[in-house]
Design a protein around this ligand. Structure first.
Ligand code: 5GP
Ligand code: ZN
Length: 111
């Protein structure tokens, strides 16, 4: 989507540093980190949010994004991490392009 900032990042238009990339996802640092490590695992495909996921078409992508998280942690030598997916404005989502927050280090207790 031409006016989507995360599409632009994924396409390399904003010269963002990628910590990881493959044909499905791009991983980059959050511009306003909420933890020592705060990465955004972002689909290359423009999907507005989890609400727009197609269970059949996007199943492989979703599994890939989830399975990537522990691999990222291992690569970065991170012993544990938190994953957040804000969905919809009422769920705190600011950027309408699917991404998983990967947070580690100095996390407030949750739950
Ligand atoms: P959301 O609230 O949509 O789940 O998360 C969006 C996240 O994207 C926020 O944590 C925000 O700090 C981050 N963000 C917004 N604009 C940019 C940007 O241009 N570059 C990067 N790297 N992160 C961004
Ligand atoms: Zn997009």
């Amino acid at each position: 989507m031409s006016d989507c900032i995360f599409c632009k990042i994924c396409n390399g238009e904003l010269n963002t540093e990628f910590l990881y990339e493959d044909e499905y996802v791009v991983v980059f640092k959050d511009i306003r980190p909420k933890a020592d490590t705060h990465l955004l695992v972002t689909s290359r495909k423009h999907i507005t949010s989890l609400k727009e996921i197609n269970e059949v078409e996007d199943a492989k992508l979703m599994a890939h994004m989830l399975c990537l998280l522990p691999k990222l942690a291992a690569q970065l030598n991170i012993p544990g991490f938190r994953t957040i997916i804000n969905t919809g404005a009422a769920g705190g989502q600011e950027i309408d392009h699917l991404h998983f927050h990967f947070l580690a280090g100095n996390l407030p207790k949750f739950g």
